[in-house]
Design a protein around this ligand. Sequence first.
Ligand code: ADP
Ligand code: MG
Ligand code: ZN
Length: 478
Amino acid sequence: MSSFEPVIGLEVHLQLNTRTKIFCSCANQYGCASNTNVCPVCLGLPGSLPVLNQQALLSAIKVGLGLNAQINPFIKFDRKNYYYPDLPKGYQISQYDFPVAKDGFLNIKIGDQEKRVRIKRAHLEEDAGKLVHDNSGSCSLVDFNRTGTPLIEIVTEPDLHSPQEAYDYLNILKLTLQYLDVSDCDMEKGSLRCDANVSIRPVGQTLLGTKTELKNMNSFRAVKAALEYEIRRHEQVITAGGKIVQETLLWDDAKAQTQTMRSKEEAHDYRYFPDPDLVPFTVDHKLIDSVRAELPELPQAKHIRFLSQYSLSEYDANILVADRGTADFFEAAVKEYPSPKKVANWMAGPVLMELNDRKMSIYELKISPASLIGLIKKVEEGIVSNLVGKEVLTFMLNEGKNADEVIKEKGLSQVSDDSALLVIIDEVIAQNPAVVEQIKSGKSNAAGFLVGQAMKKSGGRANPKKLNELITRRIAGV
Ligand code: ADP
Ligand code: MG
Ligand code: ZN
């Protein structure tokens, strides 16, 4: 058994969803034709001057408050100097000694225990451009659309002690950021990126071991896999009497291993200095208070409230809270129909399935809380069965109609009319003489089979209670 304890600290870069870039008025938009969202400022042309985007600052303050951090009202920007083709100015504007936010935390759950993960700092900076490597391998192209995209970098203390804890932290961080509505948090588009720092130490030792930094993971699952791989590698090196070299490694997802990165960031001397083009200033406390006053209820608080206010199961609460839109939809629906458990069942089941199938958010679905309740009522009143209700939902979403309209148009209401049901029942009885004999000899629960058969023939539309009653009577000859 291993006698080492892993130590992990995470650095998350988040692209803020402001309309324009952080220091110029170019659109902050993903997926445009290369080098169309550019201007002298974000191209770093001589003589151009940066102006801070107020919205980016407000979003950063919001993130800081959402992560339970102290907001630093003294706003100062610094230049982080390095040379790379995707960085036209030869420096990145960042914050060195005065991050917007410091000393925050997020809690993660380990079993039944809450564990606090301290957040050391969150600071504003600008994103770099993007190198596009030509397929022929003969050259690299550079796209400056991303240059100047507002980023907030969120850095934890080395408080995480397993890849699973890192994974859990990332999930709750992402959900919190989504609730704050500051980013789409889409790792595939690069709006959320995570670098992981990891070391190991003998259990019981307080001094930190030498860390390596892992980059290039494009999912939380990849972060977890990279950490697992790297912890094993550290253990092997140290157990064999070797030493870990402090370096940056790239995760290769296909090969499932880390690889040493070449040169670029080896020289760690960024020669930070204050950016003379951006004068430091102080944010009015009133502004910070107004951002605080407008913070939404965050996922962990909502989860606790859902459990107590609606007596939901842990499972239902988790699913509903996992998306702010879904949680809001649920609450609006419960206002119309105060049966939280039934609404939760529909939302966590059929509605969520439709969302996944359609790869849509609840806002994009053609259904309102009122129209979902309309459907639930039809099921509760026995107008349609549960099964047919799901079918009605699909039609509702396809056609943007309410349950009533769909049921009428498609003729989906349960058939309770005796004569129509008896036609089906007589067929089923004729086709299953052996089962009929069993029922006659006293095995009344064999009737369930006939009900099932009749239900199938009716296309799921027969009223099951009525079927049971009619079958029993028919066989008894009364
Ligand atoms: P650097 O100057 O190399 O960027 P920082 O002190 O800024 O280092 O820390 C970067 C990240 O690495 C933080 O998340 C921090 O918690 C984590 N970290 C620092 N030292 C260690 C270590 N020995 N083992 C694991 N993580 C560490
Ligand atoms: Mg760092
Ligand atoms: Zn620009």
